[in-house]
Design a binder for this molecule. Structure first.
Ligand SMILES: [Mn+2]
Length: 444
């Protein structure tokens, strides 16, 4: 892996303490290089002695991550973000996240509060930094809901995830982080995040990766904003019907019918969602615990009904009739889901392209279904010269109804710092189709 512009002059005006004479060099694959001493002149981030993060601390962290992504080799990352700081941040965030319910109820108490919803980010740190400036930082009356897929594909998944964890720790009731399908062991082993972590943290990489996976397990699955808007990474989910055999005098010997060929699929309820077991490294595609996999992997379709999502190998496809049923049943007006970028949408005739970072997929009697994708110029690494050049978008929801989404599209930060990918993007398929279930079994 080549060094990423170490010798180029620092072009951004960042107010972090560092020595302008500091250089780091690497040649060849940094994961093969010997351990590096801390860089002279770089002041690493330190965890506040009282454990309380401040806005200044987070702003400093943002500057530092931006600077290091432009000026340091990946393997020098611990020089700015030492393992003890990583440990403290992830432990503090994990404790908060694991206590949250599967489906967050985000009540808006302040009449002038707005809610910003963000879709897939996929390690595109600089675009996230832009988004936060453009939308405005989280505040007491600006709530953020992130819809998952923070890592993989892009080269700064670790920075992206850690920054979001810091905001979560600083404002736990104003910043909400939902789980995406990429916050899993299987996806991160295929699409780059695992290798990114091992490269950046060297001999502590396995420890750091394991802690990230533990944190992913704690991420909630969905949210309901102001009682009106349902958000989740993939979307809707099935009912898990369990029929009890009457022969066994009500004892444990129950008969469970799970074969989708024989059991008609029907939509699950919010109560079922609340009872699902989300703390799994990879959501199962078979067995009893199917709701997390559906919520994280499903896609809308223009065909009516619910059906297995054969393209993905996990999750469901649901039609406009299901959107209507779900909205009506739970008195909702809007569904905001993410999960499909320009590459996925290119292969889905009948559904709109992702050029603007959002699409309105279902427009039904009770409300709408929106797909929101916040990674512009995605994926970062592409094998062809012809890029999608998609914009990213975020949604602002305003009182009193919070159900008329205001879309904000934005271009990618250009140029991106030059770095190498952490996965073989010429070999690994573009979108998440054809999930390799066999390798997922071994990944478990
Ligand atoms: Mn996804």
């Amino acid at each position: 892996m080549s060094s990423d512009n170490i010798s180029s002059p620092i072009s951004r005006d960042v107010d972090i303490p560092y020595s302008t004479t500091t250089t780091a060099t690497s040649s060849g694959d940094p994961s093969q290089s010997p351990p590096q001493p801390p860089l002279a002149g770089v002041v690493p981030l330190s965890w506040p002695p009282d454990g309380k993060l401040s806005l200044e601390w987070i702003q400093h962290m943002m500057s530092l991550l931006d600077w290091s992504s432009r000026n340091l080799a990946p393997l020098a990352f611990p020089s700015v973000f030492p393992v003890p700081v990583f440990d403290a941040l992830v432990l503090t965030a994990s404790k908060i996240l694991h206590k949250e319910p599967n489906c967050l109820q985000i009540e808006i108490l302040d009449s002038d509060s707005t809610v910003v919803v963000v879709g897939d980010l996929h390690g595109q740190l600089h675009d996230l930094l832009f988004l936060l400036e453009d939308a405005g930082f989280p505040t007491q009356n600006r709530i953020f809901v992130f819809n998952g897929d923070y890592v993989d594909r892009g080269a700064w998944g670790l920075e992206t995830f850690l920054l979001l964890l810091a905001w979560k720790v600083f404002m736990p009731h104003k910043v909400y982080l939902l789980r995406g399908n990429h916050e899993s062991k299987y996806c991160t082993s295929v699409y780059g995040f695992e290798k990114e972590v091992l490269t950046k943290y060297g001999d502590r990489g396995k420890h750091v990766y394991r802690k990230c996976l533990g944190c992913f397990e704690g991420l909630p699955l969905a949210s309901i904003i102001a009682g009106r808007v349902y958000t989740a990474h993939g979307g809707l989910f099935r009912s898990i019907s369990v029929s009890h055999s009457k022969r066994s005098k009500g004892k444990k010997n129950r008969r469970i019918s799970l074969n989708p060929e024989t059991t008609p699929l029907c939509l699950g309820s919010l109560e079922e969602l609340s009872k699902a077991r989300r703390s799994v490294l990879d959501p199962p595609w078979e067995g009893l615990n199917l709701i997390p996999g559906d919520v994280l992997w499903s896609d809308p379709s223009m065909n009516p009904g619910l059906s297995p999502n054969k393209e993905r190998g996990i999750g469901l496809l649901w039609g406009p009739d299901c959107t209507e049923e779900f909205l009506k049943k739970f008195n909702l007006k809007l569904i905001i889901r993410s999960h499909e970028g320009p590459d996925a949408r290119e292969k889905r005739p009948g559904l709109a392209r992702m050029d603007e970072g959002y699409t309105i997929d279902h427009d039904v009697e009770s409300g709408k279904l929106v797909t929101l994708f916040s990674a512009p110029d995605y994926p970062q690494f592409q094998a062809t010269d012809e890029r999608y050049n998609n914009k990213g978008a975020y949604v602002v929801l305003r009182p009193p109804g919070f159900d008329s989404p205001e879309f904000h599209s934005f271009y990618a930060i250009a140029p991106r710092p030059t770095v190498n990918a952490y996965y073989d993007y010429e070999e690994v398929i573009d979108s998440d189709e054809d999930l390799d279930l066999a390798s997922m079994v071994t990944a478990l």
